[in-house]
Ligand binder design. Structure first.
Ligand SMILES: Nc1nc2c(ncn2[C@@H]2O[C@H](COP(=O)(O)OP(=O)(O)OP(=O)(O)O)[C@@H](O)[C@H]2O)c(=O)[nH]1
Length: 264
């Protein structure tokens, strides 16, 4: 029932300067390189940001959620075009410390991490954290509740805030209308949301974190972003090769039968 992709997204890569990378200064260096991509999930309180990220990383709908505060950390590995991508969901300020758990020496694998930052929508939690959330962001997921028009009209404010924190315009952004399972209560028509998404150069996903039948669509949101970020990474590696005049050890050949292909 819910439509996974309705709009035409921003397909341009973000600037190289916007990408954070960590290169290990040790014997692991020849085997492992970690590139961290930070995705933030923003929108009004109660629209379902936590549930969406929980559905994606945990594969289920949480029985009980409380207003987001404190540490929230989940992980999942996905495979795109033959490359393993470690997806980490956390809202914790020290999340960078956790990534050292994922080093896999002697594998020759590049671990490509996408962090999903689930911001606390409630004003009193946000104020102190807001600068931190927007810093070094590589992709943004804007969420509204399809049963609550104010959460949709407030998107303008969220976009303004995002722009106000100097998130580069070329950073990929997607729009997610959540709670599509509440069919009788829908207040935000798809065509209105699509118009808005197009006007802001975003893809639109309408989905439900609650309905298990929609889990594929929830997955598509994050896989789509992971794909785009991965494409940026490939571009960067190719640029680096040209500059250095040598083949990068971390360039991966495309596998003929990838387990997961790009959903975009
Ligand atoms: N029916 C329905 N309810 C949902 C869905 N997603 C979330 N909810 C409910 O909406 C409420 C808020 O969900 P959260 O995920 O905590 O919302 P949030 O946006 O993270 O809220 P804050 O942490 O306050 O910013 C909870 O009661 C969820 O059970 C959905 O897809 N369908």
């Amino acid at each position: 029932m819910a439509q996974p992709i309705l709009g035409h997204g921003n397909l341009q890569p973000a600037s190289a300067a916007g990408l954070a990378s960590l290169e290990l200064d040790s014997s692991l260096d020849q085997y492992v390189q970690i590139r961290i991509f930070k995705i933030i999930v923003i929108g009004d309180s109660n629209v379902g940001k936590t549930c969406l990220t929980f559905r994606f990383c945990g594969g289920t709908f949480p029985d009980k959620t409380e207003a987001t505060i404190g540490v929230d950390f989940r992980e999942k590995t996905v495979e795109i075009e033959g490359e393993k991508i470690k997806v980490i969901q956390t809202n914790h300020v020290f999340s960078y410390l956790f990534m050292f758990r994922f080093l896999t020496p002697n594998t020759g694998l590049c671990i490509f991490q996408v962090q999903v930052w689930d911001t606390a929508g409630q004003e009193r939690f946000r104020k102190s954290m807001v600068e931190h959330y927007y810093r070094n962001v590589h992709a943004v997921v804007f969420v509204y509740d399809v049963t609550k028009m104010t959460s949709f009209t407030n998107l303008k404010m969220w976009i303004q805030e995002c722009n106000g924190h100097a998130v580069p315009p070329l950073v990929p952004k997607v729009l997610v209308g959540n709670k599509c399972d509440l069919r009788e209560q829908i207040q935000v028509p798809s065509n209105l949301a699509l118009k808005f998404a197009d006007a802001h150069n975003m893809l639109l996903f309408e989905t439900s974190a609650k309905d298990p039948k929609e889990s594929q669509n929830v997955e598509s949101i994050f896989m789509c972003l992971a794909c785009r970020l991965k494409a940026q990474k490939s571009l960067l590696y190719r640029d680096a090769e040209r500059q250095q005049g040598k083949v990068q050890k971390l360039e991966f050949p495309q596998e003929a039968n990838s387990k997961t292909s790009c959903p975009c």
